[in-house]
Design a binder for this molecule. Structure first.
Ligand SMILES: Cc1cc2nc3c(=O)[nH]c(=O)nc-3n(C[C@H](O)[C@H](O)[C@H](O)COP(=O)(O)OP(=O)(O)OC[C@H]3O[C@@H](n4cnc5c(N)ncnc54)[C@H](O)[C@@H]3O)c2cc1C
Length: 416
Protein backbone atom coordinates (compact mmCIF):
# COMPACT_ATOMS: atom_id res chain seq x y z
CA UNK A 1 0.00 0.00 0.00
CA UNK A 2 1.29 3.47 -0.85
CA UNK A 3 -0.60 5.89 1.35
CA UNK A 4 1.21 9.17 1.27
CA UNK A 5 0.86 12.34 -0.71
CA UNK A 6 4.14 14.10 -1.47
CA UNK A 7 4.42 17.79 -2.28
CA UNK A 8 7.99 17.17 -3.41
CA UNK A 9 7.53 17.06 -7.20
CA UNK A 10 11.25 16.62 -7.85
CA UNK A 11 11.87 20.32 -8.46
CA UNK A 12 12.49 21.45 -4.88
CA UNK A 13 15.69 23.26 -4.05
CA UNK A 14 18.14 21.71 -1.57
CA UNK A 15 16.95 24.21 1.03
CA UNK A 16 13.29 23.30 0.50
CA UNK A 17 13.98 19.57 0.62
CA UNK A 18 15.94 19.89 3.86
CA UNK A 19 13.31 22.09 5.50
CA UNK A 20 10.48 19.83 4.42
CA UNK A 21 12.26 16.79 5.88
CA UNK A 22 12.92 18.62 9.16
CA UNK A 23 9.29 19.69 9.33
CA UNK A 24 8.05 16.18 8.54
CA UNK A 25 10.14 14.78 11.39
CA UNK A 26 8.68 17.39 13.76
CA UNK A 27 5.12 16.63 12.61
CA UNK A 28 5.51 12.84 12.89
CA UNK A 29 7.47 12.80 16.15
CA UNK A 30 6.00 15.74 18.07
CA UNK A 31 2.82 17.19 16.63
CA UNK A 32 0.78 14.18 15.52
CA UNK A 33 1.60 12.20 18.70
CA UNK A 34 0.52 15.20 20.81
CA UNK A 35 -2.81 15.46 18.98
CA UNK A 36 -3.45 11.71 19.01
CA UNK A 37 -2.59 11.32 22.71
CA UNK A 38 -5.70 13.18 23.86
CA UNK A 39 -8.28 14.17 21.25
CA UNK A 40 -10.50 15.79 23.85
CA UNK A 41 -7.80 18.24 24.80
CA UNK A 42 -8.73 20.77 22.10
CA UNK A 43 -12.11 21.07 23.86
CA UNK A 44 -10.62 22.24 27.15
CA UNK A 45 -12.31 25.60 27.67
CA UNK A 46 -9.31 27.19 29.31
CA UNK A 47 -7.39 28.45 26.26
CA UNK A 48 -4.07 28.64 28.13
CA UNK A 49 -4.28 24.91 28.96
CA UNK A 50 -4.88 23.56 25.46
CA UNK A 51 -1.46 23.40 23.86
CA UNK A 52 1.45 21.87 25.77
CA UNK A 53 4.48 24.16 25.94
CA UNK A 54 6.77 21.56 24.36
CA UNK A 55 4.90 21.76 21.03
CA UNK A 56 6.12 25.29 20.30
CA UNK A 57 9.48 24.66 21.98
CA UNK A 58 10.17 21.74 19.65
CA UNK A 59 8.98 23.78 16.65
CA UNK A 60 11.44 26.45 17.70
CA UNK A 61 14.26 23.92 18.02
CA UNK A 62 13.51 22.66 14.52
CA UNK A 63 13.73 26.23 13.16
CA UNK A 64 10.05 26.33 12.21
CA UNK A 65 9.16 29.50 14.13
CA UNK A 66 11.66 31.83 12.58
CA UNK A 67 10.77 31.71 8.88
CA UNK A 68 10.73 35.27 7.58
CA UNK A 69 12.95 36.57 10.38
CA UNK A 70 16.12 38.11 8.88
CA UNK A 71 19.26 36.04 9.34
CA UNK A 72 21.00 38.83 11.27
CA UNK A 73 18.43 38.36 14.07
CA UNK A 74 18.85 34.59 14.07
CA UNK A 75 16.07 33.71 11.62
CA UNK A 76 16.03 31.13 8.86
CA UNK A 77 16.89 33.13 5.76
CA UNK A 78 14.97 31.75 2.81
CA UNK A 79 15.86 32.12 -0.84
CA UNK A 80 13.68 35.08 -1.79
CA UNK A 81 12.97 33.87 -5.31
CA UNK A 82 11.20 30.79 -3.91
CA UNK A 83 10.03 32.11 -0.54
CA UNK A 84 6.25 31.83 -1.04
CA UNK A 85 6.57 28.25 -2.26
CA UNK A 86 8.78 27.37 0.72
CA UNK A 87 6.22 28.91 3.08
CA UNK A 88 3.54 26.83 1.35
CA UNK A 89 5.48 23.57 1.63
CA UNK A 90 6.13 24.00 5.34
CA UNK A 91 2.63 25.32 6.11
CA UNK A 92 1.03 22.31 4.40
CA UNK A 93 3.29 19.89 6.23
CA UNK A 94 2.56 21.52 9.61
CA UNK A 95 -1.17 21.43 8.92
CA UNK A 96 -0.87 17.70 8.23
CA UNK A 97 -0.09 17.56 11.93
CA UNK A 98 -2.53 20.16 13.20
CA UNK A 99 -3.86 23.23 11.44
CA UNK A 100 -4.27 25.25 14.64
CA UNK A 101 -0.58 24.90 15.43
CA UNK A 102 0.19 25.68 11.78
CA UNK A 103 -1.91 28.84 12.12
CA UNK A 104 -0.02 29.92 15.20
CA UNK A 105 3.31 29.67 13.37
CA UNK A 106 2.14 30.98 10.01
CA UNK A 107 0.84 34.19 11.61
CA UNK A 108 4.33 34.68 13.02
CA UNK A 109 5.96 34.17 9.61
CA UNK A 110 3.60 36.64 7.92
CA UNK A 111 4.19 39.32 10.50
CA UNK A 112 7.93 38.67 10.45
CA UNK A 113 7.87 39.38 6.72
CA UNK A 114 5.90 42.57 7.31
CA UNK A 115 8.33 43.76 10.00
CA UNK A 116 11.30 42.83 7.85
CA UNK A 117 9.94 45.05 5.06
CA UNK A 118 8.36 47.94 7.01
CA UNK A 119 9.81 48.31 10.50
CA UNK A 120 12.79 50.54 11.24
CA UNK A 121 16.11 48.81 12.07
CA UNK A 122 15.74 49.74 15.74
CA UNK A 123 12.20 48.28 15.97
CA UNK A 124 13.37 45.17 14.15
CA UNK A 125 16.32 44.77 16.50
CA UNK A 126 14.13 45.14 19.59
CA UNK A 127 11.25 42.89 18.55
CA UNK A 128 13.01 40.20 16.58
CA UNK A 129 15.41 39.64 19.50
CA UNK A 130 12.47 39.26 21.93
CA UNK A 131 10.68 37.02 19.46
CA UNK A 132 13.69 34.77 18.96
CA UNK A 133 14.34 34.48 22.71
CA UNK A 134 10.92 33.07 23.60
CA UNK A 135 9.40 30.04 21.82
CA UNK A 136 5.94 30.94 23.16
CA UNK A 137 6.08 34.48 21.69
CA UNK A 138 3.26 34.88 19.17
CA UNK A 139 2.23 37.74 16.89
CA UNK A 140 -1.18 38.80 15.58
CA UNK A 141 -2.52 40.88 12.75
CA UNK A 142 -5.57 43.01 13.64
CA UNK A 143 -7.68 44.11 10.71
CA UNK A 144 -11.20 42.81 11.33
CA UNK A 145 -13.68 44.78 13.43
CA UNK A 146 -17.21 44.01 14.64
CA UNK A 147 -18.70 45.91 11.68
CA UNK A 148 -17.08 43.47 9.26
CA UNK A 149 -14.06 42.57 7.20
CA UNK A 150 -15.39 42.07 3.66
CA UNK A 151 -15.33 45.81 2.94
CA UNK A 152 -11.58 45.71 3.68
CA UNK A 153 -10.90 42.84 1.33
CA UNK A 154 -12.93 44.11 -1.66
CA UNK A 155 -11.96 46.92 -0.88
CA UNK A 156 -14.98 49.23 -0.58
CA UNK A 157 -12.89 52.38 -0.75
CA UNK A 158 -15.19 55.17 0.47
CA UNK A 159 -15.01 57.19 3.72
CA UNK A 160 -18.19 55.64 5.19
CA UNK A 161 -16.59 52.18 5.05
CA UNK A 162 -13.48 53.28 6.96
CA UNK A 163 -12.36 51.42 10.06
CA UNK A 164 -14.01 52.34 13.32
CA UNK A 165 -10.65 51.98 15.04
CA UNK A 166 -9.02 55.42 14.96
CA UNK A 167 -5.55 56.69 15.75
CA UNK A 168 -4.22 60.21 16.19
CA UNK A 169 -0.75 61.63 16.79
CA UNK A 170 -0.03 63.97 19.66
CA UNK A 171 3.21 64.90 21.46
CA UNK A 172 5.23 62.01 20.05
CA UNK A 173 2.62 59.30 20.73
CA UNK A 174 -0.09 57.64 18.63
CA UNK A 175 -3.30 57.04 20.56
CA UNK A 176 -5.45 54.16 19.32
CA UNK A 177 -9.14 53.61 20.15
CA UNK A 178 -11.30 50.79 18.83
CA UNK A 179 -12.00 47.07 18.83
CA UNK A 180 -10.67 44.19 16.75
CA UNK A 181 -12.30 40.77 16.55
CA UNK A 182 -11.72 37.28 15.12
CA UNK A 183 -7.95 37.79 15.37
CA UNK A 184 -5.70 34.73 14.90
CA UNK A 185 -3.31 34.43 17.87
CA UNK A 186 -5.29 37.39 19.27
CA UNK A 187 -5.79 35.77 22.65
CA UNK A 188 -2.16 35.05 23.41
CA UNK A 189 0.01 37.26 21.20
CA UNK A 190 2.81 39.32 22.69
CA UNK A 191 2.91 41.74 19.75
CA UNK A 192 0.09 43.08 17.57
CA UNK A 193 0.05 44.78 14.18
CA UNK A 194 -2.99 47.05 14.39
CA UNK A 195 -4.75 48.83 11.51
CA UNK A 196 -6.54 52.10 12.27
CA UNK A 197 -8.12 54.98 10.42
CA UNK A 198 -5.93 58.09 10.42
CA UNK A 199 -7.77 60.18 7.82
CA UNK A 200 -11.56 60.11 7.71
CA UNK A 201 -11.86 62.36 4.67
CA UNK A 202 -10.69 59.66 2.24
CA UNK A 203 -11.26 55.94 1.61
CA UNK A 204 -9.43 53.23 3.52
CA UNK A 205 -6.76 52.76 0.85
CA UNK A 206 -5.63 56.35 1.45
CA UNK A 207 -6.44 56.77 5.15
CA UNK A 208 -5.46 53.60 7.02
CA UNK A 209 -2.25 53.31 9.03
CA UNK A 210 -0.63 50.36 10.77
CA UNK A 211 1.08 50.25 14.15
CA UNK A 212 3.14 47.88 16.20
CA UNK A 213 1.50 47.50 19.60
CA UNK A 214 3.11 45.43 22.38
CA UNK A 215 0.64 43.48 24.49
CA UNK A 216 1.69 45.16 27.72
CA UNK A 217 0.81 48.65 26.39
CA UNK A 218 -1.65 50.38 28.78
CA UNK A 219 -5.04 50.70 27.07
CA UNK A 220 -4.75 47.35 25.25
CA UNK A 221 -7.03 44.68 26.65
CA UNK A 222 -7.59 41.15 25.38
CA UNK A 223 -11.28 40.73 26.10
CA UNK A 224 -12.08 37.19 24.93
CA UNK A 225 -10.93 33.99 23.31
CA UNK A 226 -13.34 32.99 20.56
CA UNK A 227 -14.29 29.32 20.78
CA UNK A 228 -14.10 28.17 17.17
CA UNK A 229 -15.38 25.06 15.40
CA UNK A 230 -11.94 24.19 14.02
CA UNK A 231 -8.27 25.11 14.27
CA UNK A 232 -8.80 25.14 18.00
CA UNK A 233 -5.14 25.08 19.01
CA UNK A 234 -4.87 28.60 17.61
CA UNK A 235 -6.53 30.87 20.14
CA UNK A 236 -8.54 33.42 18.18
CA UNK A 237 -9.23 36.56 20.18
CA UNK A 238 -10.82 39.95 20.57
CA UNK A 239 -8.83 43.03 21.56
CA UNK A 240 -10.03 46.42 22.76
CA UNK A 241 -7.92 49.59 22.46
CA UNK A 242 -8.96 52.35 24.81
CA UNK A 243 -6.65 55.34 24.79
CA UNK A 244 -3.83 52.94 23.90
CA UNK A 245 -0.64 54.99 23.36
CA UNK A 246 2.41 53.83 21.41
CA UNK A 247 5.53 55.90 20.65
CA UNK A 248 5.57 57.64 17.27
CA UNK A 249 8.23 55.27 15.94
CA UNK A 250 5.80 52.33 16.30
CA UNK A 251 4.03 53.49 13.16
CA UNK A 252 4.65 50.94 10.38
CA UNK A 253 2.84 52.52 7.45
CA UNK A 254 1.19 55.92 7.29
CA UNK A 255 -2.16 56.18 5.46
CA UNK A 256 -1.25 53.51 2.86
CA UNK A 257 -1.08 50.56 5.26
CA UNK A 258 -3.48 48.39 3.27
CA UNK A 259 -1.40 48.81 0.13
CA UNK A 260 1.78 47.96 2.05
CA UNK A 261 0.11 44.92 3.61
CA UNK A 262 0.13 43.41 0.13
CA UNK A 263 3.68 42.36 1.07
CA UNK A 264 2.13 39.58 3.05
CA UNK A 265 -1.49 39.42 1.87
CA UNK A 266 -0.25 37.68 -1.28
CA UNK A 267 1.97 35.04 0.36
CA UNK A 268 -0.70 34.96 3.08
CA UNK A 269 -3.29 33.58 0.64
CA UNK A 270 -0.76 31.00 -0.49
CA UNK A 271 -0.23 29.93 3.11
CA UNK A 272 -4.00 29.72 3.68
CA UNK A 273 -4.39 27.40 0.70
CA UNK A 274 -1.37 25.38 1.82
CA UNK A 275 -2.68 24.88 5.37
CA UNK A 276 -5.96 23.78 3.88
CA UNK A 277 -4.15 21.31 1.64
CA UNK A 278 -2.32 19.92 4.70
CA UNK A 279 -5.67 19.12 6.35
CA UNK A 280 -6.74 17.31 3.17
CA UNK A 281 -3.50 15.31 3.01
CA UNK A 282 -3.98 14.15 6.59
CA UNK A 283 -7.63 13.19 5.93
CA UNK A 284 -6.57 11.31 2.80
CA UNK A 285 -3.73 9.43 4.48
CA UNK A 286 -5.89 8.34 7.40
CA UNK A 287 -8.60 7.24 4.98
CA UNK A 288 -6.22 5.25 2.81
CA UNK A 289 -5.01 3.42 5.92
CA UNK A 290 -8.59 2.71 7.01
CA UNK A 291 -9.87 1.38 3.69
CA UNK A 292 -6.91 -1.01 3.48
CA UNK A 293 -7.58 -2.43 6.95
CA UNK A 294 -11.31 -2.56 7.35
CA UNK A 295 -13.32 -5.19 5.60
CA UNK A 296 -16.98 -5.47 4.64
CA UNK A 297 -18.68 -7.87 2.23
CA UNK A 298 -15.79 -10.33 2.59
CA UNK A 299 -13.01 -8.05 1.36
CA UNK A 300 -11.15 -4.90 2.39
CA UNK A 301 -12.96 -1.68 1.59
CA UNK A 302 -10.48 -0.52 -1.09
CA UNK A 303 -11.56 -3.52 -3.18
CA UNK A 304 -15.14 -2.28 -3.37
CA UNK A 305 -15.58 -0.18 -6.49
CA UNK A 306 -17.64 2.58 -4.86
CA UNK A 307 -14.95 3.01 -2.23
CA UNK A 308 -12.15 2.97 -4.82
CA UNK A 309 -13.88 5.69 -6.83
CA UNK A 310 -14.12 7.93 -3.78
CA UNK A 311 -10.45 7.39 -2.94
CA UNK A 312 -9.48 8.21 -6.52
CA UNK A 313 -11.51 11.43 -6.37
CA UNK A 314 -9.86 12.43 -3.10
CA UNK A 315 -6.38 11.87 -4.57
CA UNK A 316 -7.28 13.83 -7.71
CA UNK A 317 -8.55 16.79 -5.73
CA UNK A 318 -5.37 16.90 -3.66
CA UNK A 319 -3.23 16.85 -6.81
CA UNK A 320 -5.33 19.61 -8.38
CA UNK A 321 -5.09 21.82 -5.28
CA UNK A 322 -1.34 21.19 -5.05
CA UNK A 323 -0.84 22.02 -8.75
CA UNK A 324 -2.70 25.35 -8.52
CA UNK A 325 -0.98 26.15 -5.25
CA UNK A 326 2.44 25.50 -6.79
CA UNK A 327 1.63 27.70 -9.79
CA UNK A 328 0.24 30.50 -7.63
CA UNK A 329 3.18 30.41 -5.22
CA UNK A 330 5.66 30.61 -8.07
CA UNK A 331 3.73 33.51 -9.59
CA UNK A 332 3.96 35.34 -6.25
CA UNK A 333 7.66 34.52 -5.98
CA UNK A 334 8.56 35.90 -9.40
CA UNK A 335 6.00 38.74 -9.12
CA UNK A 336 4.00 37.78 -12.18
CA UNK A 337 1.21 40.27 -12.99
CA UNK A 338 -1.46 37.61 -12.40
CA UNK A 339 -0.04 36.63 -8.99
CA UNK A 340 -2.91 38.23 -7.04
CA UNK A 341 -5.58 36.44 -9.04
CA UNK A 342 -3.76 33.09 -8.84
CA UNK A 343 -3.22 33.39 -5.09
CA UNK A 344 -6.93 34.12 -4.61
CA UNK A 345 -7.87 31.24 -6.93
CA UNK A 346 -5.66 28.85 -4.96
CA UNK A 347 -7.28 29.92 -1.68
CA UNK A 348 -10.88 29.54 -2.90
CA UNK A 349 -10.25 26.33 -4.83
CA UNK A 350 -8.49 24.75 -1.87
CA UNK A 351 -11.25 25.67 0.56
CA UNK A 352 -13.95 23.95 -1.51
CA UNK A 353 -11.95 20.91 -2.64
CA UNK A 354 -10.51 20.14 0.78
CA UNK A 355 -13.90 20.41 2.44
CA UNK A 356 -15.02 17.82 -0.08
CA UNK A 357 -12.01 15.57 0.61
CA UNK A 358 -12.80 15.72 4.34
CA UNK A 359 -16.48 14.90 3.70
CA UNK A 360 -15.38 11.84 1.69
CA UNK A 361 -13.11 10.84 4.59
CA UNK A 362 -16.10 11.05 6.93
CA UNK A 363 -18.22 8.96 4.58
CA UNK A 364 -15.56 6.27 4.12
CA UNK A 365 -14.96 5.93 7.86
CA UNK A 366 -18.60 5.10 8.51
CA UNK A 367 -19.52 5.59 12.17
CA UNK A 368 -15.86 5.91 13.14
CA UNK A 369 -15.74 9.18 11.24
CA UNK A 370 -18.03 10.78 13.80
CA UNK A 371 -16.04 9.58 16.82
CA UNK A 372 -13.90 12.16 18.58
CA UNK A 373 -11.21 9.62 19.46
CA UNK A 374 -10.62 8.71 15.80
CA UNK A 375 -9.91 12.25 14.59
CA UNK A 376 -11.65 12.31 11.20
CA UNK A 377 -14.41 14.72 12.23
CA UNK A 378 -11.65 17.14 13.30
CA UNK A 379 -10.46 17.45 9.70
CA UNK A 380 -13.94 18.45 8.55
CA UNK A 381 -14.22 21.02 11.34
CA UNK A 382 -10.74 22.36 10.64
CA UNK A 383 -11.42 22.66 6.89
CA UNK A 384 -14.73 24.46 7.43
CA UNK A 385 -12.96 27.46 8.97
CA UNK A 386 -11.02 28.04 5.76
CA UNK A 387 -14.05 29.26 3.87
CA UNK A 388 -13.81 32.55 5.77
CA UNK A 389 -10.23 33.21 6.74
CA UNK A 390 -8.52 36.02 4.78
CA UNK A 391 -11.83 36.88 3.06
CA UNK A 392 -14.90 34.76 2.35
CA UNK A 393 -15.08 32.69 -0.84
CA UNK A 394 -17.56 35.09 -2.46
CA UNK A 395 -15.42 38.13 -1.72
CA UNK A 396 -12.35 36.29 -2.99
CA UNK A 397 -14.18 35.41 -6.19
CA UNK A 398 -15.09 39.10 -6.65
CA UNK A 399 -11.39 39.90 -6.31
CA UNK A 400 -10.54 37.32 -8.96
CA UNK A 401 -13.06 38.74 -11.42
CA UNK A 402 -11.86 42.28 -10.73
CA UNK A 403 -8.28 41.19 -11.41
CA UNK A 404 -9.25 39.41 -14.64
CA UNK A 405 -11.61 42.10 -15.97
CA UNK A 406 -10.55 45.37 -14.34
CA UNK A 407 -12.48 47.65 -16.66
CA UNK A 408 -15.77 45.74 -16.87
CA UNK A 409 -16.15 44.03 -13.48
CA UNK A 410 -18.40 45.75 -10.95
CA UNK A 411 -17.28 47.16 -7.66
CA UNK A 412 -19.53 44.74 -5.71
CA UNK A 413 -20.14 47.28 -2.96
CA UNK A 414 -22.17 50.43 -2.43
CA UNK A 415 -25.40 51.51 -4.13
CA UNK A 416 -25.95 49.82 -7.51
C1 LIG B 1 -10.66 31.41 12.28
C2 LIG B 1 -10.59 32.83 11.80
C3 LIG B 1 -9.40 33.52 11.89
C4 LIG B 1 -9.32 34.87 11.51
N1 LIG B 1 -8.14 35.54 11.67
C5 LIG B 1 -8.11 36.89 11.42
C6 LIG B 1 -6.92 37.65 11.70
O1 LIG B 1 -5.89 37.11 12.13
N2 LIG B 1 -6.95 38.99 11.49
C7 LIG B 1 -8.06 39.62 11.00
O2 LIG B 1 -8.01 40.83 10.87
N3 LIG B 1 -9.20 38.93 10.71
C8 LIG B 1 -9.25 37.58 10.91
N4 LIG B 1 -10.40 36.86 10.64
C9 LIG B 1 -11.56 37.55 10.09
C10 LIG B 1 -11.89 37.17 8.66
O3 LIG B 1 -10.97 37.76 7.76
C11 LIG B 1 -13.34 37.62 8.40
O4 LIG B 1 -14.19 36.86 9.26
C12 LIG B 1 -13.76 37.45 6.98
O5 LIG B 1 -13.01 38.26 6.13
C13 LIG B 1 -15.26 37.79 6.79
O6 LIG B 1 -15.57 39.01 7.39
P1 LIG B 1 -16.81 39.10 8.39
O7 LIG B 1 -16.73 37.96 9.34
O8 LIG B 1 -16.86 40.46 8.96
O9 LIG B 1 -18.10 38.83 7.49
P2 LIG B 1 -18.90 39.91 6.61
O10 LIG B 1 -17.95 40.82 5.93
O11 LIG B 1 -19.95 40.54 7.43
O12 LIG B 1 -19.58 38.96 5.52
C14 LIG B 1 -20.79 38.24 5.79
C15 LIG B 1 -21.32 37.64 4.48
O13 LIG B 1 -21.66 38.69 3.56
C16 LIG B 1 -20.97 38.50 2.32
N5 LIG B 1 -20.64 39.83 1.78
C17 LIG B 1 -19.98 40.83 2.41
N6 LIG B 1 -19.85 41.90 1.59
C18 LIG B 1 -20.45 41.58 0.42
C19 LIG B 1 -20.65 42.25 -0.83
N7 LIG B 1 -20.20 43.49 -1.03
N8 LIG B 1 -21.31 41.60 -1.81
C20 LIG B 1 -21.77 40.33 -1.60
N9 LIG B 1 -21.61 39.63 -0.45
C21 LIG B 1 -20.96 40.25 0.55
C22 LIG B 1 -19.72 37.68 2.67
O14 LIG B 1 -19.22 36.96 1.56
C23 LIG B 1 -20.27 36.77 3.75
O15 LIG B 1 -20.92 35.67 3.16
C24 LIG B 1 -10.48 35.50 10.99
C25 LIG B 1 -11.67 34.79 10.86
C26 LIG B 1 -11.74 33.47 11.25
C27 LIG B 1 -13.04 32.72 11.11
Amino acid sequence: MSATFDLDDGTLTEEQTAMLQTCRRYVDRVLRPFIAADREREWVFEPEMRLAAHVLEEADRAGLRSLGVPEQYGGVALERESEAWTFALIAAELARGDVGVADKLVQNWKISVLLRELASPSLQGRWFSRYMADPQFLMAHCLTEPRGASDRWLPYNVPEANMDTKAFLSKGFWTIDGRKQFISNGYDASLYVVYANTDDSVGMLQGTSSFLVPRETPGLEVTRCNETVGGRYMNNGEIVFDGCRVPEDHLLAHNDALGKAGIYFRPGKIMQAAKNLGIGIAAFEDTVGFVHERGQGGRVLIQHQAVAVRVAEMATKLEAVAALLRQAARAVDVRRPNADALADMAKVFASHQILDVCTQAMELHGGYGAMLEVGIEKYLRDASVYLHMDATTDITNFRIVKALFPSTAGTYAGPA
